[in-house]
Design a binder for this molecule. Sequence first.
Ligand SMILES: C[S@@+](CC[C@H](N)C(=O)[O-])C[C@H]1O[C@@H](n2cnc3c(N)ncnc32)[C@H](O)[C@@H]1O
Length: 266
Amino acid sequence: MNETMDQNRTHTGQTGLGYLDIQAAVGISKHMGGYPATDELHRLIALHQAAEVLEIGCGIGVGPVYIAQKFPCQVVAVDISERMLAWARQRARRAGVRERIHFQRADVLDLPFKDNRFDAVLIESVLAFIPQKGVAIQEMIRVTRPGGHIGLNETYWASQPDPALLAQSFSIGTEILSEHDWRQIWDATGLEARLIQTYKLDTRGELRDRIGWIGWRSILPAWGRVLKLMLTRPAARRAIREQLDAPTGLIEALGYGLFVGRKPNL
Ligand SMILES: C[S@@+](CC[C@H](N)C(=O)[O-])C[C@H]1O[C@@H](n2cnc3c(N)ncnc32)[C@H](O)[C@@H]1O
């Protein structure tokens, strides 16, 4: 492991370097659906009414910066990776919203916040990497105030994956559930006004959303760092190759869901 990488608590393939470790090293993070999905999630969890919002697994910080630009609320943004948080702080400074966002290292499975604190808590494309999805959701509910909103944007299998697709998804450290399993998890939360909206994916749209989310100004230097890693670090080269060798049809087999609910009043 070199100094530019901090290991996430995720699966690391055959090379010892996980998908998220490489993303953190080069400054890339994203979720399915890009800005349109995020705008819809913000609307569903009523961010326009929130005074304090928690975003979990903020990656390079696109999400919390966008919230601070759109809404007058205070934002707390956490991620398990210090490397991701460094990119996020830099992005917030450049966008002129650094003082509105408190960044902190935290694990969604053990959030360092008191009960009933936030008006809204959201997470985008993090639980796919975490086997204990129910524990994470209970932590999100715990730190939300009664009457506050919880919102997830998470990937699911839209069709039964063949063994090659399943192997690829395990190799990048994800444990993706079917839509049916997600619906059961969401129903079991006991949240009020539960809502699930699902969307299908296609490769072209996913690429467009990904570039739109990260932005050319960040994506071009990030691809430069990918190239440099591939040229200078054999382990990183193998890990990137392993991840680029995706079987065709992976994106088409996936969908993403917006899962929203309100914490009952005491
Ligand atoms: C696919 S990225 C999504 C980042 C961001 N939500 C976005 O949409 O750009 C997943 C993020 O979750 C973070 N993460 C992984 N496990 C975590 C955990 N247990 N607690 C908090 N964050 C975690 C990773 O470090 C990474 O930044």
